[in-house]
Write a protein that binds this ligand. Structure first.
Ligand SMILES: [Zn+2]
Length: 132
């Protein structure tokens, strides 16, 4: 994998995109609904997934469980169409603003984050619906 070496100043304030993949070759991608700003899904991208996302305008991930490139929506048709990509300070995480073609979660929920954790409840009854 190519590694662009930047100073901290360049990395944090410059115009060079030099994504910092972790030791597994991945970075974190948070996909947000471009209209509602709801968080839809958090997953990982390797260099190829990032490249394909930029080339096609459709969000691609690296599936850690399957060990393969994953076009989000490839089976459901519920693609995530890229509107904007934000890069964090140290360039190891992305926020992708996207228009979802349908429910994002494989369970049929609009967002993968459809449950709320009660921080003080015991684990056996800590989860409830996050719908507002
Ligand atoms: Zn999900």
């Amino acid at each position: 994998m190519r590694e662009t070496v930047l100073t901290t100043e360049e990395r944090e304030s410059g115009c060079v995109f030099a994504p910092k993949f972790d030791s597994a070759g991945l970075l974190t991608a948070v996909v947000v609904n471009a209209n509602s700003k709801d968080v839809l899904v958090v997953a990982f991208m390797n260099e190829e997934a990032l490249l394909r996302t930029r080339e096609t305008g459709k969000v691609h991930f690296w599936s850690r469980s399957r060990g393969s490139l994953w076009l989000k929506g490839e089976t459901s048709g519920n693609y995530l169409m890229v509107e904007d990509i934000l890069v964090d300070c140290d360039q190891d995480a992305l926020v992708i603003l996207a228009k979802p073609a349908g429910p994002t979660c494989h369970t049929g929920a609009e967002s993968c984050f459809y449950r709320r954790l009660d921080p003080s409840a015991p684990d056996t009854r800590a989860l409830s619906s996050a719908s507002r």
